[in-house]
Design a protein around this ligand. Structure first.
Ligand code: G3H
Ligand code: ZN
Length: 289
């Protein structure tokens, strides 16, 4: 069964004003819960593995698992390689059969990031990769300072500059861009303030799909404002990890003598499904197949 491309759903989402959550997973059970949510809500599904997720699970294994679910459920499921940190690791993901890749250039200078991203795009175009996502780190003031592993400062000067976004997209040919307008990875100590005006400017200047990272814990009303301003993808990882592991801890407490994984893990699968259903619903991708 040949499924539509991920880009088809990005276009549909942007036109109709909804977004695809990208759910990150690092084990079969997390993926099981996510897929169950998409089947139940008839939602096209985008899942992702970070370098760490796929380092643990394996890129080939992630592709095989997604392929098996796609075949069995008959729903469109896309696998994105999230935050690829080097050309080599992105190349491995492309060769393993990922549907989309994200090269995160935030540890390079702007110029180097453009150069490597261009090579990623060239590689991807040769294969059936329908979406390449780019990311250049926040440049407080001038480009070249990047957030070395720290969450982006929330000061306005560290947010994505619309004109630089355009320069980056023009020079690299990426399909989508991870924009930083106030969200950060992980949960928040206090609610982030999203710079929607800046998002509007980026949309005006840069011809690309816009992606929001750091979806976990971001107030739904803020995410929806970003989606209404053109964001087509919202990455979610921490909330899924929390649901899985915290439920596992509780289950192990309830069943201290149980050692059978298939008796211990279902509640964690269910907890992940609930989180995924919540995001599929409010971001609007339910019933969009
Ligand atoms: O790329 C992954 C996401 O940006 C994860 O962000 O853990 O805050 O949901 P999150
Ligand atoms: Zn991210």
């Amino acid at each position: 069964m040949v499924q539509r491309t991920l880009k088809y759903y990005y276009q549909k989402a942007r036109k109709e004003g909804w977004a695809l959550p990208q759910f990150n997973f690092s084990c079969a059970e997390q993926l099981q819960g996510i897929v169950q949510a998409a089947v139940r809500l008839k939602a096209p599904l985008l899942v992702g593995t970070s370098e760490g997720d796929s380092g643990f699970l394996g890129k080939a294994q992630a592709v095989a698992l997604v392929g098996a679910h796609r075949k069995e459920t008959k729903i469109p499921i896309y696998l994105n390689f999230d935050h690829g940190k080097s050309l080599e690791s992105v190349k491995e993901a492309i060769e393993a059969g990922y549907d989309a890749v994200h090269f995160d250039g935030s540890s390079y200078s702007f110029k180097e990031s453009v150069g490597i991203t261009k090579r990623v795009v060239a590689l991807a175009r040769k294969r059936r990769i329908s979406v390449v996502e780019g990311e250049f780190a926040e440049i407080p003031g001038k480009h070249s300072t990047f957030h070395k592993g720290k969450a982006p400062k929330l000061g306005k000067d560290s947010f994505t500059d619309p004109k630089e976004a355009n320069e980056f997209v023009e020079k690299t040919g990426v399909d989508s861009l991870a924009v930083l307008i106030g969200t950060v990875h992980g949960m928040y100590a206090e609610n982030p303030r999203l710079d929607i005006e800046r998002l509007r400017e980026i949309k005006k200047h840069a011809t690309c799909f816009m992606v929001l990272h750091g979806g976990s814990g971001t107030p739904p009303r803020d995410l929806l404002r970003a989606v209404k301003t053109g964001v087509v993808k919202v990455n979610i990882s921490t909330e899924l990890r929390g649901a899985f592991i915290n439920t596992l801890r509780a289950t192990l407490k309830e069943m201290p003598n149980e050692i059978t994984p298939y008796k211990i893990l279902p509640k964690s699968v269910e907890a992940v499904q609930k989180v995924a259903e919540h995001h599929l619903q409010f971001l609007g991708s339910a019933n969009k197949i």
